[in-house]
Design a protein around this ligand. Sequence first.
Ligand code: ATP
Ligand code: PRP
Ligand code: NIO
Length: 482
Amino acid sequence: MRNLTLLTDLYELTMMQGYFKTDNNRTVIFDAFHRKNPCDGAYAISCGLEQVIDYIKNLHFTEDDIAYLRSLSIFDEDFLEYLSNFHFTGDIYAIPEGTVIFPREPIVKVIAPIMEAQLVETAILNIINHQSLIATKAARVCYAAKGDGIMEFGLRRAQGPDAGIYGARAAVIAGCVGTSNVLTGQMFGVPVKGTHAHSWIMSFPDEYTAFKTYADLYPDACILLVDTYDTLRSGVPNAIRVFKEMREKGIDLKDYGIRLDSGDLAYLTKKARKMLDDAGFEDAIISASSDLDEYLIDSLKTQGAAITSWGVGTNLITSKDNPAFGGVYKLAAVMGDDGTFIPKIKLSENSEKITNPGNKTVYRVYDADGMIKADLIALADETYDESQPLLLFDPVETWKKTLMEPGEYSMREIMVKVFDKGECVYDSPNVMDIQKYCKQEQATLWDESKRLINPQVVHVDLSQKLYDLKQELLHNYGREKL
Ligand SMILES: Nc1ncnc2c1ncn2[C@@H]1O[C@H](COP(=O)(O)OP(=O)(O)OP(=O)(O)O)[C@@H](O)[C@H]1O
Ligand SMILES: O=P(O)(O)OC[C@H]1O[C@H](OP(=O)(O)OP(=O)(O)O)[C@H](O)[C@@H]1O
Ligand SMILES: O=C(O)c1cccnc1
């Protein structure tokens, strides 16, 4: 396990020293949440919790870390001494990986002495922001492919090794059938898949010999790249010749077909499909790659492209059109002298940016068909009884109300406890199990909320108690010290 303890912004450490020097190590609550879904979508996919857990478990300052901090001439010896014995002692709650999430709901909630809670801000955001971004992008790409397999091919264009490794993990969680990234395969037990490059074809004297040699070596996974010279006049005919020879040799062709990586993918794949079908290879896979994203896949589907498998690299692994998730980490409460939490609020000219105060949790509200109706951010000590009516109201346009009668709805608290007094109390599922869960999660979203452009927003409401608390703090602002 890597030691990422110094993976923090300097200001976390200078604030930490400030809390230490002023003897102010009160227990606080911080929420990590996002304000806007990537790509103007109506949802996001939470991802990265396993890496947050590993980070917290392994949080300690080594002698080298202390020596480096000493060399900065910012930190006093008494504080460095404290750091050398540091470990995390707090509680953490989180929304499990693969869950559909919406803006403003806490994805991770840290309850800890402020020196600890402040230190972990940067790494938690770094991990959750990256993986949730790529998982959300991958969910959109998979949605556009309408059940066809998406292979994640982005490692070579990811922003460095970590983005490649954990981006591929997130992509598989959100629905990709596999990745070309072998290290991700080894680390997380996810399927690794691939075809071959143009260099393979170009290294042989002719295309046919290249295909035949590949087919002899890999008869059970034989996808031939047909666009190196002339897709319809040489690539596809040569591939058909090789498939015929394989069949004549008695090879049972299963995972076989062609890949196109350039040209008009709709036109060429339709032509190639006809050529393959006419030659008796109706089950041959037609795979396509070439700067694809969810919008191009959607367009190619509309054009009737005969593509059954998609390789998606750059635009997915970098989330190129929306390169940041924008998750933030905000203080929600500070423990008072009497041992109870004092809710805190961050004001803003922009009402969207006013934070939700207090110790909170998140409930998902489903309709009678098990589809998501809305989410409800509530105070952590609130309880709900499904045998009672449930009144949901918009926290801004409060006159917009929905009363749900018993039987018309069900509820599920989506935050779980991950650390209890510094001890991890949560077992991260393996990635393929998270993928299954994520698929079920996406199935609870209406198509109207999954569509790529102008999707229907899913409401995130506040409980009456949380709404009242927020109003009280807002009204007190200016009248007394908050
Ligand atoms: N039918 C289509 N409709 C919309 N976009 C398409 C269609 N066919 C291909 N594209 C996309 O158009 C872009 C074409 O890229 P580009 O201009 O680089 O050419 P190319 O065909 O990939 O050629 P080369 O790799 O030889 O440079 C790619 O993003 C590809 O996915
Ligand atoms: O287009 P992307 O979505 O990023 O998908 C990955 C791309 O990477 C490869 O091309 P590259 O030119 O790197 O290698 P090649 O010579 O094997 O085609 C592959 O052929 C895809 O085009
Ligand atoms: O296996 C492939 O076809 C592949 C792998 C990485 C990038 N592009 C394609």
